[in-house]
Design a protein around this ligand. Sequence first.
Ligand code: RP5
Length: 166
Amino acid sequence: MSVAVVMGSKSDLEVVRGAFDVLKEFGVPCVGRVLSAHRTPVEAAEFAANAEKDGVKVIICAAGMAAHLGGVIAAHTTLPVIGIPVASAPFNGLDSLFSMVQMPPGIPVGVVTAGKAGGKNAALYAISMLALSDKVLAEKLAAFRKKQKAQVLSADEELQKELFSE
Ligand code: RP5
């Protein structure tokens, strides 16, 4: 297992689904867990404390509201932790964002885009970390960027035809 994706509640699954999709697309072994900083604090701490010896290299944490999950996990491991702020009423995710980006100095959590795009970006960010010491993964990442670039250029070409060709 290389990447662990932890969510504060099963209700966060739709936000992190993209992370699993990307990790599977790149062939990166992963595990998914529901663990809450507040509702299962002991289990969350145990998971983080054991993660490195269990073969985890990067931990992705999605949480909403008083989103302490990433911080609590990071407090119990030196593995890189990536946070995805999940939007929830009444503050639409600003609460989660502030909770995640305002970690005190000494215990970092890298925070990505809020919501579903964050699921995808968190996985890509984790992959870029793993790719530092995995040549095959680095090549897959380069190929992904190349394909993405081609898609944008092709969309631009279509737009020119649609708007400006007679
Ligand atoms: C957080 O509280 C979870 O990450 C979730 O985003 C939010 C609401 O949880 P549920 O009430 O849906 O379980 O801990």
